[in-house]
Design a protein around this ligand. Structure first.
Ligand code: PMP
Length: 352
């Protein structure tokens, strides 16, 4: 630390992203898609677009907001886009909870929520999950605090039903409820249509998982026009050009290609079911994950040791050295060949 860093940030503990590597490995550690993006993405990244990079990107993101709005049957003024959904979450937590506001989230959930709370001076309550890692919605009903929940949750993969989400949103009318649907495409019960009914709901999504565009860095939030206006006010006070021209074009092309992505998502869901079935045969406990990863544990070997052994075999998965989940592993669902290799490797390690 230099002597120049503000006292406010001295104790900040940053988020730890999953490792990115150059060597050829089977990479099942950061919930990326094993598939390339839609061919439509390549088509729009033309030389003509590159030649225009001398100009600033459109700060209003008109093309992309329109394309997203069409998909979700809302108006473009109900769409906010960010440099990844992390950017959207950051603006929302800063804007609606910053400087002493109150926020609650599940104790085991996306590791960035506490980091944002910390950097923006938010009073965060982390609510324990039930023993089976599910969320007890009674903890959130009429809570009287802002709420952020990943649905499906990460790293457990467990999802709340539409009805339960509505109970949480409707019982907290004076607080913002952020439903982080980063992994929703692999599950099905989105609460997106509730944004038209409830002015306190913000639903966030990402292109990083279901749309094979983690490297593009695009995410978005959908909410009432008033909430989106607030987010834009913050954006225009911080970084008006938060998306670049290439990202805008590529994401707009991707979101319109339902045919391509529906097929890829279906394959991932199928590969998830395969992985769960095979790991259960090997005696693993698996949560009922609705995401593009599974959350598993075994009595045969510690999670840390299994992750280390798999790494030796060139397979990366995610181990969290954190109380309550340190005997679990989060494994991203890759191609069927990758999952077959993973299962064979785990069999070899656990039955040796
Ligand atoms: N929410 C959850 C629950 C996540 O796991 C992630 C991915 N790390 C994100 C949001 C952010 O994803 P991105 O910034 O790539 O959109």
């Amino acid at each position: 630390m230099s002597r120049f860093l503000s006292k406010n940030y001295e104790k900040l503990v940053p988020y730890t992203p999953g490792e990115q590597v150059n060597e050829k490995v089977i990479k099942l550690n950061t919930n990326e898609s094993p598939f390339p993006p839609s061919p439509k993405v390549k088509e729009v990244l033309s030389e003509a677009v590159i030649d225009k990079l001398n100009l600033y990107s459109d700060p209003e993101l008109k093309e992309l907001r329109k394309a997203i709005a069409e998909q979700f049957d809302v108006t473009p003024d109900m769409v906010f886009c960010g440099n990844g959904s992390d950017d959207v979450l950051a603006f929302a937590i800063m804007g609606f909870c910053g400087n002493g506001g109150k926020l609650c989230c599940p104790e085991i959930s996306y590791g960035f929520y506490p980091v944002y709370a910390d950097i923006f001076g938010v009073e965060l309550e982390q609510i324990p999950l039930k023993d089976d890692f599910s969320i007890d919605i009674n903890d959130y009903i009429g809570k009287g605090k802002n709420i952020v929940i990943a649905n499906p949750n990460a790293p457990t993969g467990l999802a709340l039903s539409f009805e339960d989400v509505e109970k949480i949103v409707s019982s907290n009318p004076d607080n913002i409820v952020i439903m982080d649907e980063a992994y929703m495409a692999f599950c099905g019960e989105s609460c997106m249509e509730l944004v038209k009914k409830y002015g306190n709901l913000l639903v966030t999504r990402t292109f990083s998982k279901s749309h094979s565009l983690a490297g593009l860095r695009v995410g978005f939030g959908i909410a009432s026009k008033e909430i989106i206006d607030d987010l834009n006010k913050l954006k225009y006070s911080f970084n008006p050009y938060n998306l670049n021209t290439l990202s805008i074009k590529a994401a707009a092309a991707a979101i319109a290609d339902n045919e391509y992505y529906d097929d890829k998502i279906a394959q991932i869901v199928k590969n998830r079911e395969y992985t769960v079935t095979e790991l259960k045969k090997l005696g693993f406990k698996c949560t009922d994950s609705k995401a593009n990863f599974v959350f598993v544990s075994t009595d045969k070997i510690s999670a840390a040791a299994l992750a280390a052994e798999l790494r030796k075999k060139g397979i990366l998965i995610r181990y969290f050295n954190k109380a309550k989940i340190d005997n679990y592993l989060r494994i991203t669902i890759g191609s069927i060949e990758e999952m077959q290799t993973l299962v064979a490797a785990i069999k070899e390690i656990t039955e040796a």
